[in-house]
Design a binder for this molecule. Structure first.
Ligand code: DGL
Length: 251
């Protein structure tokens, strides 16, 4: 049996989720595909995001992966239900902004949900907001994915961009910030610098745990594989080098 777990993202963001999966399950084999040539997905129309996600996830399926992680909130919102209906035989794990735990961690204040324009406007997020969003403030992380994709997450320029987006809320009581895009954990310190008292949430651990339980449920867990990671990208060798660099940076 092919023992690869496929990971998909519009670019390097999903590496932050893969890092967490490897921490929990180091002896699984992973195939990561990033569609860096087309990132960012967030500002694109729904039909385009669906077509790009179908192509990217299609490459993983052609390799016969045993499970798929859509390590992208945007692609999950646009495409997860469709691909799950097409492949009921396969565990397909998606992501959503971690608003639920952030909502319950509040102590009277508000929660900022930082995510892409598409994630914030699609129906999946509307449903999440209806349940846990009474004190939530959605903020589009304009320009952030581009900075990460260009290898500039750890720069003063990225810190300034995060500051410009979040500073307008610094006089409100912000108890939590949800990093609702898998590119944003690389910017976590910049977020914390602007809102030092806010607790920061992201969906990486929840997704990795869900992957583990789904593999167990389907009888697909392997604990004795070599634990390799194979990177693939529509963006060529430079994008793959950035994936490897970010994976090492997360250690
Ligand atoms: N990393 C993705 C997400 O979680 C998509 C970012 C983008 O391409 O706009 O939303």
């Amino acid at each position: 049996m092919n023992d690869l777990i496929g990971f998909f993202d519009s670019g390097v963001g999903g590496v932050s989720v893969l890092h967490e999966a490897r921490r929990i399950m180091p002896n699984e084999n992973y195939l990561f595909y990033g569609d860096n040539a087309h990132a960012p997905y967030g500002p694109r129309p729904l039909e385009e995001i669906r077509a790009l996600s179908a192509a990217g996830i299609g490459l993983l399926l052609e390799r016969g992966v045993k499970a798929v992680v859509i390590a992208c909130n945007t692609a999950t919102s646009a495409y997860a239900e469709i691909v799950r209906a097409q492949h009921p035989e396969l565990p397909i794990i998606g992501m959503e902004p971690a608003l639920k735990p952030a909502h319950f961690a509040r102590h009277g204040g508000k929660v900022i949900v930082l995510a892409t324009a598409a994630t914030l406007k699609l129906e999946k997020f509307e449903r999440l907001m209806a349940r846990y969003g009474d004190e939530a403030i959605p903020v589009v992380g304009e320009g952030l994915v581009e900075l990460v994709e260009n290898g500039r997450a750890q720069t003063p320029e990225a810190a300034a961009r995060v500051r410009a987006l979040l500073e307008p809320y610094s006089d409100k009581q912000i108890d939590a910030v949800v990093l609702g895009c898998t590119h944003y954990p690389y910017l976590r310190e910049h977020v914390q610098a602007v809102l030092p008292h806010a607790q920061i949430f992201d969906g990486r651990e929840g997704t990795a745990m869900r992957l583990k339980s789904q593999l167990e449920k389907y009888g697909l867990r392997s604990d004795d594989a070599p634990g390799i990671v194979e990177y693939r990208s529509s963006g060529g060798p430079e994008a793959i080098a950035l994936m490897e660099k970010l994976m090492a940076w997360m250690d």
